[in-house]
Design a protein around this ligand. Structure first.
Ligand code: ARG
Length: 446
């Protein structure tokens, strides 16, 4: 039979909250003194006891195990300063304490992760600049659609990452609300000053409903959702990187250190880093499902089920952070094979839309133009020709509107650079896009 204490306990996974737990307790003790709930001299003993524990855990010393991190610290405090240490737990409970600890911890992590995302964005922006003249096929349905700038493609991920940061910053606002002082569930009859604790712990607001405060884990769900969506964004890029590395595409090469060989096939260099990131998304999305399931049907207020919130929260951030770091370096190591990407634009009649637009610009209704070009493409397929290989006479068989300038509209680079609409793929629009995102990043505080 499993040890029951250990079964219902959480020390194995909430031990990492020791530092924030101590800091929260120091703030709580200071507030109790200020509110005259405990004597100043008792407060001092508690604070210096807690400070000595903090110093020790930052060194080599290990906090003795207990049911959870709160009991472990309280018992250690009493061991060090005597029974007066027990006054620390006046006007609070472990329910508001754990909710506070998790919020403090996630506020710190959100800041760290936002900065990691930003570092990755900066690499992507630099890569975009570096490859501003690389033309490649853009796909819909993974079929050749229209030529685009590789920079435009890379920047699409910068905007995804931008939204991921915005979502995290938004999650931060709802995490920045202090539950401490809600006590077990109903508040406390001690005359405490929760606003003071909030100031000491750098919380913007205090919670308004003690029942909600001890049972709310929405901020944690939002956080793990943010981790999930961010990693899913990474997997979309990883998937493309993996495809682009396949010699059938051959669009990019990857730094050797991000690949690995095969134990049997000597020729292989596999894009393992991208695959591992893609694979890790499974557990992060799993963490989200776990957390959502834990709160499902949970009656008010605190229930011990909530203790199980921490493994998925920690697992999601512990896995996303290295993914972001590896992604950043791996993307930095990518080199586009310009000739290959350009060559690839010759496949799949990628200029077809431009030919239809040519007719439309010359007064042919777009729907009719679409039908004409569809016939031209069928003709090309039947005669094993590309759009550039047709003669003007052949074009004129389909429409008299075509003049010899049609050939300018068949060149992938020209086509891409004609997309000058705001947010389009022309070099001009892309350079403006880079300026826009750079200005946005400049305004953000690190
Ligand atoms: N270890 C618990 C948790 O992580 C702390 C709160 C325990 N509260 C209780 N009433 N048993 O949620």
């Amino acid at each position: 039979m499993q040890d029951f204490e250990q079964f219902i306990g959480s020390f194995s996974f909430d031990g990492r909250l020791a530092e924030v737990d101590i800091n929260s307790s120091v703030a709580h003790a200071k507030m109790l003194v200020k509110a005259k709930v405990i004597d100043a001299s008792d407060g001092e003993k508690i604070i210096s006891g807690l400070t000595s524990i903090l110093r020790d855990i930052k060194g080599d010393w290990k906090l003795p195990k207990d049911e959870d991190v709160h009991y472990a610290i309280e018992k250690e405090l009493i061991r060090r300063i005597g029974a007066v240490g027990g006054k620390m737990h006046t006007a609070r409970s472990r329910n508001d304490q754990i909710a506070t600890d998790l919020r403090v911890y996630l506020k710190q992590e959100i800041r760290i992760i936002v900065n990691l995302i930003k570092d990755f964005q900066e690499v992507l922006i630099a890569k975009s600049y570096e490859n501003i003249d690389v033309i490649m096929p853009g796909f819909t349905h993974l079929q050749p659609a229209q030529p685009v700038l590789a920079a435009h493609h890379l920047l699409a991920y910068v905007w995804m990452m931008q939204r991921d940061k915005e979502r995290l910053n938004d999650c931060y606002k709802r995490t920045d609300i202090l539950p401490l002082g809600s006590a077990a569930l109903a508040g406390t009859s001690f005359n405490i000053d929760r606003q003071h604790t909030a100031r000491l712990l750098d919380f913007k607001e205090v919670s308004d409903n003690s029942l909600d405060a001890v049972s709310d884990r929405d901020f944690a769900v939002e956080f793990v959702f943010c981790m999930s969506l961010t990693v899913l964004h990474l997997t979309r890029f990883c998937e493309e990187i993996i495809l682009w590395m396949n010699p059938e595409f051959g669009y990019i090469t990857m730094g050797d250190k991000f690949t690995s060989g095969s134990s049997i096939m000597p020729q292989k260099r596999n894009p393992d880093s991208a695959e591992v990131i893609r694979g890790k998304s499974g557990r992060i999305v799993g963490d989200l499902i776990a957390l959502l399931t834990i709160i499902k049907s949970l009656p008010l207020t605190y229930n011990r089920d909530l203790q199980e919130d921490k493994p998925p929260v920690f697992d999601s951030l512990d896995n996303l952070k290295p993914c972001l770091e590896v992604m950043k370096e791996m993307v930095d190591s990518l080199r586009f094979v310009k000739e290959k990407t350009l060559k690839s634009t010759e496949k799949g009649f990628i200029a077809a839309t431009e030919v239809a637009d040519y007719l439309a610009r010359n007064n042919v209704p777009f729907r009719s133009a679409h039908a004409i070009v569809k016939d031209i493409v069928l003709y090309c397929k039947g005669n094993s020709k590309t759009l550039s290989e047709l003669s003007l006479e052949e074009y004129n068989k389909f429409s008299k509107v075509f003049k010899k300038d049609i050939f300018e509209y068949l060149d992938a680079k020209n086509i891409a650079n004609m997309k000058t609409s705001y947010g389009g793929t022309s070099k001009k629009s892309v350079l403006r896009q880079i300026e826009n995102i750079k200005n946005k990043l400049k305004l953000e505080v690190k």
